[in-house]
Design a protein. Structure first.
Length: 173
């Protein structure tokens, strides 16, 4: 989701999806949402070397309504960035009742809590194994959705505004 930047770890995502498809025969597609704004030769190489690249769909940038429909129709959000300042797509998936696979680095574990499968973004096997778990373990997906419903309650614009205001008041004292 968003501009396809090297920190989004698209190359490893492609390779992990390819490995998942090799291990698990399925009709699953990998939907990549975002502009190829910072598309690199490494991303291109990973994509071109996929055995299952016909199962990759590039949507380009989507408006919010379309984005929510795409996320809501997904088996999972696989958000395996190497770095994120926050990770809003994780919350968007929670609001769409979609299980989340995300990185175990930077802000993603803090945002997702126990409501996501955490993977090593540098390990293609780790990502592919999480994809397989979502594909074959319906109980896991259902548990993640329930946990996501609870986790999303910890985040709201009102809560953010209140915390910011409290910080301003403390600074003024």
């Amino acid at each position: 989701v968003g501009a396809l930047h090297p920190r989004k770890n698209i190359g490893n995502l492609f390779m992990a999806f390819d490995r998942f498809k090799q291990m698990h025969s399925s009709d699953f597609k990998l939907v990549i949402v975002g502009e190829k704004k910072w598309w690199t030769s490494a991303m291109e190489h990973a994509y071109n070397n996929m055995q299952h690249k016909e199962d990759v769909i590039f949507t380009g940038r989507l408006y919010n309504k379309d984005l929510h429909q795409v996320i809501g129709a997904s088996a999972a959000l696989t958000y395996v960035s190497i770095f994120e300042g926050f990770g809003i797509p994780i919350l968007e998936a929670f609001y769409c009742d979609v299980p989340v696979i995300t990185s175990n680095v930077t802000s993603m574990p803090e945002v997702s809590g126990d409501a996501a499968l955490l993977v090593d973004p540098y390990s293609i096997d780790s990502i592919a194994q999480a994809m397989t778990r979502i594909a074959v373990d319906e109980t896991c997906s259902e548990e993640l959705i329930l946990k996501g419903r609870e986790r999303k309650k910890d985040f709201s614009w009102q809560k953010t505004a209140s915390l910011l205001w409290d910080s301003i008041e403390k600074a003024l004292e």
